[in-house]
Structure formats: structure tokens, C-alpha cells
Design a protein around this ligand. Structure first.
Ligand code: AMP
Ligand code: FE
Ligand code: FE
Ligand code: ZN
Length: 293
């Protein structure tokens, strides 16, 4: 659908309080409408727990692409491994493999964050591993931003960003690796549940090691449908590289904000996806439909 105000504005990557965003799924769809978006994908980490609430609150005319961002590990193409994120869209959320793997990741993520909180507490930082995650509803995916908020509340740092700059960064003495799924397994899982898989921010170098282009080519060969090109963490040169690679490999290119509410400074809708790219993704998926409010 095209809004009377102009071309469609589509943001295919956002987070709610069901993972490490700060807006509830209901608030998120309202914020998207207020920002002039026509279509939004809800892509919480390792959970579909926000889908129903977002659907129920969908403003009139707004389209909701139901998705999730899977925590994965991939070969990096240089003989090592890299932590990567995979966006799954329009898959059947009741598919047994999806349900079991998301449950496993959520459980192990909490255990991992308890370990990080315990390491911080042992060094005198006033975070109590027992209470930090006690208020999160079951089914919520815990992440480092939650620990960052606890450090802000305790007055240790002024912002979540500041917590990530030092105490919570990859390689910090308090860092414990996050649980993950082999990316090949995750692609297979999303596809067998009727969804499409898009490689999230493949060249977001500030997250850590990134993969070589050859890895993306290999993944395209086993069912990857797209790559997220326009992402706030991608510099112009990397966007060009990815666009060229996607053209060669026949991959769909997407753009999105990766909005996390006040846990990150990125505004919603700051990057968008072309309507024809979304249509191509939708045409290749048959797990669940795009919802219209
Ligand atoms: P985790 O998945 O628990 O390892 O935490 C990583 C999450 O923290 C990612 O989803 C990012 O969106 C978020 N993140 C990364 N860097 C920052 C930052 N500087 N400030 C706030 N959130 C961040
Ligand atoms: Fe996140
Ligand atoms: Fe991500
Ligand atoms: Zn994300």
C-alpha cells in the first residue's frame, strides 16, 4: 500500500522490550506510525514473543512484517569464526525447531548474563546478578543492554553507551560470549519454517570480527535470501561492496534502523528498504503473512 504522503517507507529491523529495546511492541508500532513509516518489521533477538502484542496494536494502514534476529556463529572466511546475526522473516513461529532453539538461546543468554553480573559484582560494581533479570517477564530475551541499564541505575556509568564503551565491550574482562546457533543451521531452520533469511549488518565492524565476502556467497548457496546493506553501522564503502556482492549473487538488499529505543541513539526509520525488495522477500516466504492494521 502507498501512503498518500509519498512513497512507502519500510524499516525491516527493530527491537522492543521483548528483547533489548526500550519500547513495548504496542508502543513500537505507534512510534513507527508517528515517524511516517508504512511498514515495520519487529525483529527481537531470539524470540517471537512480541508478535501478538504488536499485531493487536497495529495502527490503521500500517503493515507488520513479523520476524526475529537470530544470534549465530559463522565461519569468518579466514579460518576463524565470527559472531553474526541473521534476520528471519515471516516464518511459522510454532515450527518445533524454531521454538526449541529460541528457548535454548534465551535460557543460555540469561545464564551468560548472570555470569557477567557476577564478575562485575566480584570486582565491587553494585549489580546483583539475582535481581538484574528478576523483573524481565518470562520469554524476554536478556542482553547486555539490560546489564548496561543496571549499571546506569547503580550510578556506575551515565549511559548504556558508556557501559558498552568499557565494562560490557567484547574483550572486556567481564565479557562472556553469548550463546549462538551455527548460521547454516539457522538459515535451514528459518527456511524450513517457511520464512526468508537475511544476513543482518554483515559488515558492522564495531561489533567485532566480520565475515569475508566468500562466506556470504557460501550462505547464498544454501538458502540465504538477502543482505542488510543500509544499516547505521555500515560505512559507505561497505554498503557499496555489499550492494555489488548482492548483485552478483542475486541477493535481495534491505535497509533498516535496528532501532532499540533509548538503548541506542539510532532513530526509527533512519534507513529504509525499497518496496520491490520487500515484495521479493514476501514472494519467497509462506510461513505467516504480512499483517495490515
Ligand atoms: P548481547 O546480544 O547480549 O551480546 O548484546 C549485544 C546487543 O547490544 C546488540 O543487540 C546491540 O544492539 C546492543 N549494543 C551493542 N552496542 C551497543 C551500545 N554501544 N549501546 C547500546 N547497545 C548496544
Ligand atoms: Fe540488540
Ligand atoms: Fe544485530
Ligand atoms: Zn538488531
Amino acid at each position: 500500500m502507498t501512503s498518500p504522503a509519498g512513497p512507502q517507507r519500510i524499516d525491516l529491523h527493530t527491537h522492543s522490550t521483548v528483547s533489548d529495546g526500550t519500547d513495548s511492541p504496542e508502543e513500537l508500532v505507534g512510534i513507527a506510525a508517528a515517524a511516517g513509516l508504512d511498514t515495520i518489521a519487529l525483529t527481537d533477538h531470539d524470540t517471537t514473543g512480541g508478535w501478538d502484542a504488536a499485531a493487536a496494536a497495529l495502527p490503521a494502514g500500517m503493515r507488520l512484517v513479523r520476524g526475529a534476529e537470530f544470534s549465530c556463529v559463522s565461519p569468518d572466511g579466514r579460518g576463524g569464526r565470527a559472531s553474526v546475526h541473521l534476520l528471519g522473516y515471516l516464518f511459522d513461529p510454532t515450527h518445533p525447531a524454531v521454538v526449541a532453539e529460541q528457548e535454548r538461546l534465551r535460557t543460555e543468554r540469561r545464564q551468560r548474563l548472570h555470569k557477567m553480573a557476577a564478575l562485575l559484582a566480584a570486582d565491587g560494581y553494585p549489580v546483583d546478578p539475582e535481581t538484574v533479570f528478576a523483573n524481565l517477564p518470562p520469554g524476554t530475551t536478556a542482553g547486555r543492554p539490560h546489564l548496561g541499564q543496571a549499571l546506569v541505575a547503580a550510578g556506575v556509568v551515565g549511559s548504556v553507551d558508556e557501559a558498552f564503551a568499557d565494562l560490557l565491550r567484547n574483550g572486556s574482562r567481564y565479557y562472556v560470549p553469548t550463546p549462538h546457533t551455527p548460521v547454516e543451521t539457522a538459515i535451514e531452520m528459518v527456511r524450513s519454517a517457511g520464512g526468508v533469511a537475511v544476513f543482518a549488518h554483515p559488515l558492522a565492524r564495531r561489533r567485532g570480527r566480520v565475515v569475508e565476502p566468500a562466506v556470504i556467497a557460501d550462505l547464498a548457496g544454501i538458502g540465504l535470501t538477502g543482505v542488510e546493506v543500509d544499516h547505521p553501522d555500515h560505512v559507505p564503502e561497505d554498503r557499496e561492496l555489499l550492494r555489488g556482492l548482492a548483485g552478483e549473487l542475486g541477493l535481495v538488499t534491505t535497509g533498516s534502523s535496528d532501532y532499540h529505543g533509548t538503548n541506542k541513539s539510532t532513530p526509527i526509520g533512519v534507513e529504509t528498504t525499497r518496496p520491490d525488495a520487500l515484495e521479493e522477500l514476501v514472494s519467497k516466504a509462506d510461513g505467516v503473512d504480512v499483517l495490515v492494521g
